[in-house]
Write a protein that binds this ligand. Structure first.
Ligand SMILES: [Fe+2]
Length: 182
């Protein structure tokens, strides 16, 4: 210390934290001020910045469903413009193939998940795999409304993973209404 005193110098080694309310405030501003076509990309950018400070483990309190994951609605915009969900994926968790009724973005907070993407063939009314993407912490992906962006997410690792999802839809009344199952 410059004055030679014996004050203890403590270094704050805690990483910065971001609350869901802070993320909701940013998302609210973006969806209120930007044209609709820009919501998906701009919210995804904000989510990418927020991820290092987000920890939703304690917020994933919903029971694990039959597909092996806990799905938690963390925030619904009072004006109905968007909703924020936190998901915890246990080893072996897997969604059915699905699309979404709204724009969306998803960020990986911890662990690793896989996302298989699909095309919808109108003639045969069937879906065909188009690829596999690995999601690791910090990765953010976006999705356009159904029938674009059909996918399934699964955890084939041996450790849990957490992801945060923002959809441009009000899920306050019916939280599954964002999903279109195939
Ligand atoms: Fe999805």
């Amino acid at each position: 210390m410059p004055d030679g005193s014996s004050h203890n110098l403590t270094i704050d080694s805690q990483k910065p934290t971001t609350s869901i309310d802070q993320l909701a405030t940013i998302t609210s501003w973006l969806t209120n001020h930007l044209p609709t076509q820009d919501h998906r990309a701009s919210v995804a950018d904000a989510l990418k910045v927020a991820i290092p400070g987000l920890d939703i483990d304690a917020l994933c309190t919903e029971p694990v469903n039959e597909n092996g994951y806990s799905r938690n609605v963390l925030y619904t915009d009072p004006n109905g413009r968007f909703s924020i969900l936190g998901l915890k994926w246990y080893p072996g968790a897997e969604t059915p193939i699905h699309g979404h009724n709204a724009w969306g973005c998803v960020g990986v907070l911890s662990g690793t998940v896989q996302c298989e993407t699909y095309d919808y063939c109108c003639d045969s009314k069937s879906v065909h795999s188009t690829g596999l993407v690995t999601g690791t912490p910090g990765v953010v992906a976006t999705v356009n409304p159904n029938p674009e962006g059909i996918h399934r997410i699964f955890n084939d690792s041996d450790t849990p993973a957490t992801t945060l999802h923002i959809y441009g839809l009000d899920l306050a009344q019916e939280d599954q209404s964002v999903n279109v199952w195939y």
